[in-house]
Structure formats: C-alpha cells, structure tokens
Design a protein around this ligand. Structure first.
Ligand SMILES: *[C@@H]1O[C@H](CO)[C@@H](O)[C@H](O)[C@H]1NC(C)=O
Length: 443
C-alpha cells in the first residue's frame, strides 16, 4: 500500500479505520462463540440452526469456531473432514444475517481445534507461518478470499501459541510463585519468542490493513495460558485489531492438573494461587500496557460450562477448594460427552435431580457471597471411594457478576464460550440461553 505517496487515500483509509473502530469499540458488546462441532454432535448435545437462532438477538458478534491452517500451503482451511459440508455450514451461518442484521459474523482460526498428528493443538504450524513472509502472504490472501466468499464480516485469530506449563499448586506459598516465574522465562516456552512476537504483530498489521480496506473486521482471541507478555506486542497489536477476547477462563482444568480441583475462573486473586490466574490480573496486564482509551477493545472470556474433577477418599469431605488428590476429569456429561466438562444444562440437571440410586447423595451447591471467586458444587466420595464429584462452574448469577465487572472497569464486553454449552433448549428453568441472557441484561 502506498499510503505515503497518496495522502488523500491515506486520509480516507484512516477515517474509515476510525469509523470501523468506533462501531466495534462500543461498550456492552456481547461476542458469542459458536462451536460448529455442536451442529454435528450426536444425540441431545446437537444444536440445530433453529435452536441457535434465539441466541442471536443477544449477540453483537457471532464467532464461528473454528477453521484451521493447511500445513503445506499455509492457507486457511476448513477443519471439517467433509469440506463441502462445512463450507455449506459457513453459508448457513452467515445467512442468518438476514434475520439478525445487527450481528457481525467472524470466522475464527485456531482455538486449540487445529490439531497435529498426535491429536494435540498444533503450535509449530502457527509459529512457522509467522516466520516466512511468503507464508504470511499466502495466509493473508486465503483469509481475504474465504471471508469474502462465504459472507463473513471478518476474521478472528485464536492463534495457537505455545502455553505456559502447568505447575504444581499444592502447598506452594506466594513467594515460590515469583521464583517460578523467573525460572520459566519466555525462552522456556519458545526459543524464538522475541521474533515470533514481532512477526505476529506484523501479520496482524498486514491483515488489518487489507481487511479494513475491504470494510472487514479483525479480532484477536487469547487462548487461556498463552502468555501475552511473551507473544503479544502491545500496544501495537491492540491498535490494529477491532477487539481482543481475553482468555480469562480455564485457569484450572482437569487436563492441566488432574490431581487438584479448583475454581476454574475466579474474578479476583485467590490466596496461595498462581497470581495471574484470575480475571482481574489479566485485565490489569492489558490495561497497564496500553492507553486507557483501549479499554473498550477488551472483552473478558466467560464460559457457559463448568470444569469437573472426580473426588477420591483422600480429597476430604468439605469440598473447599483447592481439592487435593482428585482423580482427574469427571466422567462426561450426557449431552456433550466430554470428560471434565459439564455444560450448564448438565450441571443444572445434576443439581436438581435426585440421583438414580438412593444411597448416592445429591450434589451440594456452595455459593460465593464475596462475588469474587466463583461457585462450585460437590459430592464427597463415599466409603468405597466412589461417586465423588467436584464442579467449578458459572451460572446466570456469576456470569452477571462478571458482566458487572466489565461495566465497572469500562471494558468492551464479554466473549461468551460458547453458545452450545448454554441451556439452548431451556430444559433447566424453561428459559432458553439463560446465561447468555443474564450477561446481556447486566452489560
Ligand atoms: C499494573 O500496574 C500497576 C501499577 O504500576 C502494578 O502495581 C500492577 O502490578 C500491574 N499489574 C499487572 C497485572 O501487570
């Protein structure tokens, strides 16, 4: 682009950029993630287009998750094995614009769904794309193509950077955390972290220039445990994107720490925990690195699902977190079928239902009068060491507390992960999408 040689063009581009930025930097944004896998799930977890629709009145953005990247050509690609089907689904989703003209539809890349041969999130490909200008060019061209061809309003980069490693949590004092943080510097996560940080900023800038010129949007989604201080060049990247969805959830999960159950997404710092594992710290970090006017570009991630561990006899009976000696992810729920994750209707069902066998006690729900850490429900293991369960989760009330925090801090809004894990049928209390609704009305 020859901005300098063409001052009028430059002026128009910049005004246009300002216009777009103003549109999307409104406060009270609700960014709804839509897991496209939910469309093809087997059984009662399947979300049809008709079931998706009632959510859209509440969403300002719908983010379609997820596309991937081809490891040879570095072009964006569909992650569905039957490609023709998936692209048809792209069109079905963006066609919802006719009924919901206020919604902007973005296609998201990565999201820990783009897996390598071993079935784990491929970070190597996402880094090597950054390293070569021709790989970046190929990616960029393919993104513009894809967005235009399937009627998306823009792209979301849920970039698969390497993550900080889980650390043992039990019995560590705060000062131990600080020495740990020194030990695991950026080099330990990625040898070439400094270069990748620069190159990612370049990619975002190049993409933003072309997308904005075409009237399209670009957002960044931080995946949980991707350290912004290592990979994100601030304030440059924040200046280039329309908004950022912070990875302020899944701080503690059964995958990262099978032996310790804990509140997955506390709003504020908890005693004797890794100091960065709460919403407030993450928000503060981004605010500290940028000018206050950018606060409106920051959305905090809030989930519709809970994280569940199996309690053992050694996990105690109080349920008070952190829970020691858990036995990994709790069995999958009946709708979503993912071990260690329970959707809101699944948790709600467990809370309401009398268990089938009458010697199994109900789950006990423990609220959070401080409104700072989150809620959980549990059932201690019985004498045989069975039926133990511990879930840290969000419900309509805790999600509204987080939306209230967004308001009080003057942030942009909430990134909701995701629609398919909310009660889309209204089976829990009769109302469809209760968590989504609750966030919307508090924003
Ligand atoms: C933000 O800046 C304040 C003031 O300099 C500092 O006390 C705080 O630790 C910083 N927070 C983060 C998360 O970087």
């Amino acid at each position: 682009m020859s901005l300098l040689k063409n001052p009028i063009g430059a002026f128009l581009t910049l005004s246009f950029l300002a216009l777009i930025t103003n549109i999307s930097a409104e406060v009270g944004k609700l960014v709804c993630f839509y897991d496209s896998k939910s469309f093809v799930r087997e059984g009662p977890g399947q979300v049809s287009l008709a079931e998706l629709e009632p959510a859209l009145q509440f969403c300002n953005f719908l983010i379609y998750g997820y596309a991937g990247i081809d490891s040879e050509s570095f072009k964006i690609k569909s992650l569905d094995p039957s490609v023709t089907y998936d692209r048809q689904h792209y069109r079905q989703i963006t066609a919802l614009r006719q009924k919901f003209p206020h919604v902007r539809f973005l296609l998201s890349v990565g999201g820990d769904r783009d897996l390598d041969g071993e079935g784990v999130a491929d970070t190597v490909k996402y880094l090597s794309l950054l390293e070569q200008p021709d790989h970046r060019r190929s990616f960029k061209a393919s993104v513009l193509d894809e967005v235009n061809k399937y009627g998306f309003d823009g792209i979301d980069l849920a970039w698969q950077f390497p993550k900080t490693r889980p650390k043992k949590q039990q019995g560590f004092l705060k000062r131990t955390w600080s020495s740990f943080r020194g030990l695991f510097g950026s080099k330990a996560i990625d040898e070439k972290a400094e270069e990748h940080k620069e190159q990612f900023a370049t990619l975002v800038h190049e993409l933003a220039v072309d997308l904005v010129r075409g009237g399209k949007l670009i957002s960044l989604t931080m995946l949980p445990h991707v350290p912004a201080e290592v990979f994100i060049k601030l304030p440059n990247v924040l200046a280039d994107v329309d908004f950022v969805n912070l990875g302020t959830y899944d701080f503690q999960t059964p995958e990262r720490d099978p032996k310790v159950g804990d509140l997955p997404a506390p709003l504020q710092a908890m005693y004797d925990r890794e100091p960065s594992h709460n919403v407030q710290y993450q928000v503060e970090y981004w605010l500290n690195q940028t000018s206050p006017s950018y606060a409106q570009k920051l959305n905090i991630g809030v989930t519709s699902y809970g994280r569940a561990w199996t309690m053992t006899r050694n996990s105690g009976i109080t349920g008070y977190p952190p829970i020691p000696e858990t036995d990994g992810a709790a069995p999958a729920g009946r709708q979503t079928g993912i071990p260690g994750i329970l959707s809101w209707p699944e948790t709600c069902d467990l809370l309401q239902q009398q268990p089938q066998a009458k010697d199994i006690p109900r789950l006990r729900k423990v609220g959070d009068p401080t409104k700072r850490f989150g809620i959980y429900a549990y059932r201690a293991a019985d004498d045989k060491g069975e039926n133990g369960l511990w879930i840290g989760y969000e419900d309509p009330t805790t999600a509204a507390i987080k939306a209230g925090y967004v308001q009080s801090q003057g942030l942009g809004g909430v990134a909701f992960h995701d629609l398919s894990m909310d009660d889309f049928r209204g089976q829990c209390a009769g109302e469809k999408y209760p968590i989504l609704r609750s966030i919307k009305f508090r924003l």
